[in-house]
Design a protein around this ligand. Structure first.
Ligand SMILES: Cc1cc2nc3c(=O)[nH]c(=O)nc-3n(C[C@H](O)[C@H](O)[C@H](O)COP(=O)(O)OP(=O)(O)OC[C@H]3O[C@@H](n4cnc5c(N)ncnc54)[C@H](O)[C@@H]3O)c2cc1C
Length: 204
């Protein structure tokens, strides 16, 4: 079994695969292996990019870095039988491409894609008012959590993008205050975060 993507969702896939009795579990990450400890340019309280060993990783499995997937290979029944993978090459413009001449096959009965959040479900929302989306596919909203549709509010991952439960809870509480104000004209409820608030990071 192969997991494409080395993030938290990938770790959940690893743990689930082991519980289902997978004979072998390999994670392929397209980028370089992060450093073992916090880099100097990411001081506290930034969330540093470090090599994490999650509880799922402790259960087993192999993690490979600089692995670019080139092709899914199927058997005569249309089931995946292997992945063709090449070493990742970093180009001058910052892009990443498969390095020619490094391709090889890794056998697989199952491949799980854990490659990142692709945005809110636009199809299901399009029939529910004129809700607009930003260029990253998240629901667009103003600082009072209201979307482009009057009286429709958006919180959590739908508006913020892939995030954490604590942000979803905080946004839910803050949006409750904004809804209260919208309906009643004023509110005494707490508003712990704004939609534009972010954790401190290099990208701001
Ligand atoms: C595999 C995985 C592991 C994660 N692990 C962690 C973790 O360990 N810790 C952590 O803090 N966070 C984790 N997260 C992130 C966390 O799950 C999210 O940040 C959080 O669930 C966001 O909450 P939410 O309420 O915004 O969205 P969700 O929890 O996604 O809830 C949205 C709900 O809206 C429903 N919905 C969608 N469209 C419509 C519609 N048109 N009408 C009505 N309902 C609709 C969906 O079915 C869903 O039930 C993980 C995420 C994933 C995918």
């Amino acid at each position: 079994m192969i997991v494409l993507g080395g993030g938290d969702t990938g770790a959940d896939c690893i743990g689930t695969a082991h519980r289902h009795g997978a004979a072998s579990v390999t994670t392929l990450a397209i980028g370089t292996q992060p450093p073992e400890s916090r880099a100097a340019h990411e001081p506290w309280p930034m969330d540093p990019k470090v090599f994490e060993v999650t509880s799922a990783d402790e259960e087993g499995g192999e993690r490979r870095y600089l692995a670019s997937t080139v092709e899914f290979l199927g058997d005569e029944n249309g089931h995946v039988r292997a992945l063709r993978v090449a070493e990742t090459q970093y180009n001058d413009d910052g892009s990443r491409t498969p390095m020619p001449g490094t391709e090889r096959e890794i056998p697989a009965d199952l491949v799980l894609l854990a490659l990142g959040f692709t945005g809110a479900e636009q199809e299901t929302l399009s029939g529910q008012g004129s809700v607009e989306f930003d260029r990253r596919g998240n629901v667009q909203r103003s600082e009072d959590y209201m979307t482009s549709a009057e009286g429709v509010f958006a919180v959590g991952d739908a508006g913020r993008g892939a995030s954490l439960v604590v942000w979803a809870i905080a946004e839910g509480r803050a949006a409750a205050k904004e809804v209260d104000e919208y309906l009643e004209g004023s509110s005494r409820l707490p508003a712990p975060v704004k939609p534009s608030d972010r954790a401190i990071s290099l990208s701001g």
